[in-house]
Design a protein around this ligand. Structure first.
Ligand SMILES: NC(=O)c1ccc[n+]([C@@H]2O[C@H](COP(=O)([O-])OP(=O)(O)OC[C@H]3O[C@@H](n4cnc5c(N)ncnc54)[C@H](OP(=O)(O)O)[C@@H]3O)[C@@H](O)[C@H]2O)c1
Length: 209
């Protein structure tokens, strides 16, 4: 097992995920740049730094998830940080248990907050469509489930909203930069032993579920 901590960011070939990968590399991690397309991942890994490695990973494809987990086990033997930026994956759980103080960050959205969207005064509630927003509501629920399941292990599991960030996801209409969008996920990836678990927050603080 290598000594340097290892982080895996899913969907890290562009957007907020790529910036999270860069920030974690700057904090001394070996970063696995998860990407559906290995070619895109290799390009992105070059921009992350010398200790970044592209990892083919489609989070909806179990064969890809299993192959990625096996490669991490074989080459690195541990996983300290898992940032589920593209979606949820169970890929790293046994590997995360091998790290001394692992962290899981799920990149969620205020769009998935039932409390905020149940409020008729919220001007953004028409955006609560049947697909994207409920997928983030489910991600928040899974965050809490993982946090509870892993409570006794010291592994902390939290959900972060990056805010409305200019990326391909919204045709670059977002008003925040990727550097700003990456801040809360990166903060949660770097939590020390006194940090929280089972929370949902953005850069300004806790968000209602
Ligand atoms: N931008 C915002 O305003 C905003 C606000 C709140 C939350 N978020 C969340 O932030 C996260 C990152 O989004 P973004 O804005 O950075 O969007 P983006 O630039 O479109 O990046 C999305 C990334 O996810 C990857 N991806 C999609 N499906 C995947 C799959 N099945 N397996 C692996 N990777 C997959 C994409 O890969 P390909 O290049 O192969 O498509 C891409 O790398 C998402 O979870 C999003 O919901 C964004």
């Amino acid at each position: 097992m290598q000594d340097k901590p290892v982080a895996l960011v899913t969907g890290a070939n562009k957007g907020i995920g790529l910036q999270i990968a860069k920030d974690l590399a700057a904090h001394g991690f070996t970063v696995l740049v998860g990407s559906r397309s290995l070619k895109n991942g290799e390009e992105a890994a070059k921009s992350v730094g010398p200790d970044a490695r592209a990892l083919q990973l489609d989070v909806t494809n179990q064969v890809s998830v299993d192959a990625a987990a096996e490669r991490i086990r074989r080459e690195l033997g541990r996983l300290d940080v898992l940032v589920n930026n593209a979606g949820i994956s169970h890929a790293g759980k046994p590997l995360l248990r091998k790290a001394p103080a692992a962290r899981i960050v799920n990149v969620s959205s205020e769009a998935g907050s039932l409390t905020l969207n149940a409020d008729p005064a919220n001007p953004h509630r028409p955006m609560f469509g049947a697909v994207y927003s409920p997928s983030k509501t489910a991600l928040n629920a899974v965050t809490l489930a993982f946090a509870i399941e892993l409570e006794s292990t010291g592994i902390k599991v939290n959900a972060a909203c990056p805010g409305f960030t200019g990326t391909d996801l919204n045709n670059f209409a977002g008003t925040r930069t990727v550097e700003q969008g990456a801040r809360e996920p990166v903060r949660l990836a770097l939590l020390d032993e006194n940090g929280p678990t089972g929370t949902f927050s953005n850069e300004d603080g806790p968000l209602p579920w």
